[in-house]
Design a protein around this ligand. Structure first.
Ligand SMILES: [Zn+2]
Length: 155
């Protein structure tokens, strides 16, 4: 999923959390569960333009949170960091390809079961139908925004 979706979900589920450790854990967990839902990812390539697009994605997520007047505090930031950490790690590993980290990278890679990629570092975008790949992300983002605005669930 895009970083924007992960940031919004991480922010929503940890809004009322009081422990940074729990927030970080919930953030990671949310990421791993969301990645199981068939989705279209941003293009992966080692070209500068691809990195720029990757950088704009989380900026959009934080912009939305600022507009929503999200209560940023250390715990929430840990939640958001947890929610995007698997992808931060994957961008790192995709770039540097360190053998030691490969099992972790593989685990994250195989969560994207719907892409059916044999090559771990295959940069081609998934062939998933754009409607199937994008609509759930919009839906999940909207639910997260509503959660941030209205819901009062404490974890
Ligand atoms: Zn991911």
């Amino acid at each position: 999923m895009t970083a924007t979706v992960h940031i919004l979900v991480g922010a929503a589920i940890t809004k009322k959390t009081s422990s940074p450790f729990l927030a970080f854990f919930l953030g990671i967990l949310s990421h791993l569960i969301l990645d199981l839902i068939p989705h279209k990812n941003l293009i992966l390539s080692r070209k500068i333009a691809a990195y720029l697009i990757c950088a704009l994605d989380p900026i959009l997520g934080f912009l939305i949170l600022f507009v929503l007047k999200y209560p940023f505090n250390l715990t929430n930031l840990f939640g958001i960091l947890g929610a995007i950490s698997p992808d931060l790690f994957s961008v790192f590993q995709f770039t540097f390809r360190i053998k030691f980290f490969e099992p972790l990278y593989k685990f994250h890679h195989y969560l994207h079961w719907f892409e059916n990629k044999k090559d771990l570092y295959d940069p081609t975008p998934s062939k998933i139908n754009p409607w199937v790949g994008i609509l759930p992300q919009i839906f999940i983002s909207l639910i997260s925004i509503l959660w941030i605005l209205n819901f009062d669930i404490s974890l």
